[in-house]
Design a protein around this ligand. Structure first.
Ligand SMILES: NC(=O)c1ccc[n+]([C@@H]2O[C@H](COP(=O)([O-])OP(=O)(O)OC[C@H]3O[C@@H](n4cnc5c(N)ncnc54)[C@H](O)[C@@H]3O)[C@@H](O)[C@H]2O)c1
Length: 241
């Protein structure tokens, strides 16, 4: 099948030190992209061969600017970094809302504002936003998180319209419950929760980082050139749209 290689493309994966980010970076690198792991913490493993790690704190506008200046040309921008604080909305602390807004929504907005002009000028680009099924369907304890992740839908669709003529696509991928440390942290507080979640999934298992990465990588290829402005779930059928 043609059009699946990414040789010569430079791909930034935010949250590249995390579980899903590392899987996305591995798939993009396997397709030939030159990958930049962008994270506030260093990568846990070695990362894919040839990958660069560059620090960015998405909650800090000066750090985002510094990152954009340092990274050089970017063809593919995968907004995957995210923070989640799980608590009933009435008990939630607005300081936590601020952090989630800054990392999950304002950070991607700032970074896109700095890196999209280059894509537009070169006439090719890919924006992929990793949101959450919690934002599509609602999820107990995730009110503020879901609000920030839902903001990505409007941003991605607007960018899809504004950038289409320059052959820049913009799409959203929504993981459902995915077996990562982020999910394990939540489930540690409630033993048996993971099994309960898995029983409620039509495909009867949690997602894996590789499940999410496969779709993200595909959206970055030439084969996906005619897909833009879409929101797609990778959730074993929990949510069907
Ligand atoms: N795990 C799940 O079940 C699940 C479900 C739906 C959506 N998601 C989303 O998928 C994405 C990846 O999640 P994951 O499970 O791999 O989590 P993770 O915690 O393993 O990875 C998130 C990464 O984001 C980075 N990050 C956090 N704050 C940052 C900041 N200020 N600047 C730069 N980087 C920062 C972290 O250092 C981490 O490496 C997140 O956006 C998350 O909201 C995850």
């Amino acid at each position: 099948m043609d059009g699946l290689r990414l040789d010569g493309r430079v791909a930034v994966v935010t949250g590249g030190a995390g579980a899903i980010g590392a899987a996305i970076a591995a798939d993009l690198a396997a397709l030939g992209a030159e990958v930049v792991l962008a994270d506030v913490r260093p990568p846990t493993g070695e990362g894919p061969a040839g990958a660069r790690a560059l620090r960015v704190d998405l909650a800090s506008p000066p750090s985002v600017t510094e990152f954009a200046d340092a990274v050089g040309r970017v063809d593919i921008l995968v907004h995957n970094a995210g923070v989640s604080i799980v608590e009933p909305f009435t008990e939630s602390d607005p300081a936590g809302w601020d952090l989630m807004w800054q990392v999950n929504l304002r950070g991607p907005m700032l970074l896109t504002k700095l890196l999209l002009p280059g894509m537009l000028a070169r006439g090719w680009g890919r924006l992929v936003f990793v949101s959450s099924d919690g934002a599509r369907a609602g999820s107990g304890g995730e009110g503020a998180y879901a609000a920030t992740k839902a903001g990505l839908f409007g941003l991605a669709k607007t960018l899809a319209r504004e950038a289409a003529r320059a052959h820049v696509t913009s799409n959203v991928v929504c993981p459902g419950p995915t077996d990562t440390p982020m999910l394990r942290r939540v489930s540690d507080a409630e033993p048996g929760l993971v099994d309960k979640i898995a029983r409620g999934i039509p495909l009867r298992r949690l997602g894996t980082p590789a499940d999410v990465a496969g779709l993200v990588a595909y959206l970055c290829t030439e084969r996906a050139a005619y897909i833009t402005g879409q929101t797609l779930s990778v959730s074993g059928g929990v949510t069907m749209h």
